[in-house]
Write a protein that binds this ligand. Structure first.
Ligand code: TEU
Length: 564
């Protein structure tokens, strides 16, 4: 209970992430929009969630669906207007929902006026807003880019005979954080949104902002894995401290950094309250678990082990036992759907595995994050044809693969499970055409399983649905602060089928049992007073979960016991 003295709304809240392009279209262009979110505010409130994290809605040419911003103080035309945004914010405040926006300031769009100026001539006042390498110095030292077909982060620009840096696509030039004027610009735009009443920011690739601007050759030990190098810029912490002092400390807001490349031993450097930097960040250890090393999260391994899944969460929980705070997630707009990846999306196991994963996120310490559609168990769409993909990451890597003479079938086989578009298909509202998402042709295909029961309307009517279970579980988390702040203890760590743990404080004690298995399991738990366990919730109608002197779980069953 050390944590209780340090209670906070952003620790107790459940976060619901909205990918606006895919939520609800009202304008009839096949793209979700802000008015669509307004229309669905009552639904969002009905979930019991507290905080909405909105993926970028700023003006953008959409090279990377909003992560390439051309005006930080305006709204993307396809998504609506600033008046729509203000109405959304007001509607959320009325419903006690907090709004967290995405802050994408490692880079801007190449169509941002800063970059348009910067590339004009070498002595332009905006030149130092970005990283330029004059061609007379020779070819710049290798830097790897996520979304460049040649994987080269330096793009040659003939206008000034120089290269500019872009860790992402060539339309996403990296901002130069070593320039104090750039930092002030960023602090000003943050204030602009906070003064409107926004409640926080998710900070996109925040670990990349600080770079050694001499751009030395990469040391050998990085061996193709650039992330640790990108993520450890020399001035990262001084920039974050300054941002905190100049902006964050003046508002009651939350920050969650995208913690690409933050390892456990450095975790508290970012979120120890005394250091005054960030509130929490997303680590990537789980996202790495089923990925090939050095492949920047893109290549999937078919098998992962539950013992390792448990270890990751247990390790990360212990880091924040006394200081700082964690966040916990199973998917987001950059990774495939949780139930398809960590559960089992075949019809027989879909319901139980989706609800088992809900139970997991909502009984762990740390702020839980859900991506829109996760509450109804949306699954990977697994596109077979490259023509169906919309994501720059998939499309550009496909081109790279083709240029290198790779096997397109192997590529698609991987992308069906690992591609980001799996998480970005439209929200499935009902069984009307296009799942109630749009009357037009959707910008990306909709998963056909909306016609079955993977849609909001059908699940609202079914008391045992994934959606109604989600709401019950959220309510349970809200009822018991122990599930937010209580100590976490892992039980039976070697079990490859069952994840078992307790959450305990001076008021309550809970035992959580989660089956990650397609077969029925009977097992004995050392140290649990079997006689004094009252069943609080189960995702399966299987009777008699306690089976003297053992526990027995159906495939993907999840149960929460209150111990007394
Ligand atoms: O993601 C950064 C990041 O690390 C991802 O590129 C991730 O490795 C990849 O998506 C895995 O497939 C952030 C945003 O979340 C992402 O949507 C943006 O495309 C990216 O930054 C650039 O802004």
């Amino acid at each position: 209970m050390a944590k209780k003295s340090n209670q906070n709304w952003w620790k107790e809240g459940v976060v619901y992430q909205i990918y606006p392009r895919s939520f609800q279209d009202t304008s009839g262009n096949g793209i979700g929009d802000i008015r669509g979110i307004i229309r669905r505010l009552d639904y969002i409130q009905s979930l019991g969630v507290d905080i909405v994290w909105l993926n970028p809605v700023y003006k953008s040419p959409n090279d990377d669906h909003g992560y390439d911003i051309s005006d930080y103080r305006d709204i993307m035309e396809e998504l609506g207007t600033m008046a729509d945004f203000d109405e959304l914010l007001e509607g959320m405040k009325k419903r006690n929902l907090k709004l967290v926006m995405d802050l994408v300031v490692n880079h801007s769009s190449d169509e941002h006026p800063w970059f348009i100026e910067s590339r004009k001539c070498r002595d332009n006042p905006y030149r130092e807003y970005y990283h330029w390498w004059p061609a007379e110095k020779g070819t710049p030292p290798k830097r790897w880019s996520f979304f460049d077909v040649e994987e080269n982060a330096w793009n040659y620009d003939g206008q000034t005979d120089a290269y500019y840096l872009h860790c992402f696509s060539e339309k996403q030039p990296d901002l130069n954080w070593e320039n104090p004027t750039v930092r002030q610009e960023i602090y000003d735009l943050m204030k602009f949104w906070f003064d409107k009443g926004v409640d926080g920011f998710r900070l996109d690739v925040i670990t990349f902002i600080s770079k050694d601007t001499d751009f030395p050759e990469l040391p050998e030990e990085y061996n193709g894995d650039f992330i640790p190098f990108y993520a450890n810029g020399p001035n990262l912490h001084s920039h974050l401290k300054e941002m905190n002092q100049e902006v964050l400390s003046h508002y009651d807001v939350m920050t969650v950094g995208e913690g690409t490349g933050i390892h456990i031993d450095r975790a508290l450097d970012f979120v120890d309250e005394d250091r005054k930097e960030l509130n929490m960040f997303f680590h990537f250890d789980l996202m790495d678990l089923d990925r090939e090393k050095g492949q920047m999260f893109t290549m999937r391994k078919e098998k992962w082990k539950l013992t390792e899944f448990k270890q990751i969460h247990t390790k990360w929980d212990s880091v924040f036992e006394q200081k700082g705070w964690g966040s916990i997630y199973l998917n987001n707009h950059d990774f495939p759907r949780a139930v398809s990846r960590w559960g089992n999306d075949s019809e027989s196991y879909w319901h139980n595995s989706a609800t088992m994963l809900h139970t997991f996120l909502l009984t762990m310490r740390g702020t839980p994050y859900f991506l829109n559609g996760e509450e109804i168990g949306m699954t990977n769409i697994k596109f077979e044809n490259i023509e169906d993909y919309r994501d720059i990451n998939t499309l550009n890597r496909f081109e790279t693969m083709s240029n290198e003479g790779g096997d397109p079938q192997e590529f698609i086989k991987n992308e069906k499970h690992a591609g980001r578009d799996n998480a970005r298909t439209p929200m499935q509202w009902d069984t009307s055409p296009n799942a109630g998402f749009t009357h037009a042709t959707p910008w990306i295909k909709i998963n056909e399983n909306y016609k079955r029961d993977v849609n909001v309307q059908a699940q609202e009517l079914d008391k045992d649905s994934v959606l109604n279970y989600f709401k019950r579980m959220v309510a349970i988390r809200k009822q018991y602060g122990t599930l937010v702040y209580g100590d976490y203890t892992l039980l039976d760590p070697e079990n490859e089928e069952i994840y078992a743990y307790t959450r305990t404080d001076s008021e309550n004690s809970f035992l959580i049992l989660l089956s990650f298995s397609t077969t029925e399991n009977q097992f004995l738990l050392e140290g649990v007073d079997f006689e004094h366990a009252r069943l609080l919730i189960s995702n399966d109608s299987a009777p008699g979960v306690k089976k003297d002197p053992r526990f027995k779980l159906a495939p993907y069953q999840a149960v929460v016991y209150q111990l007394y």
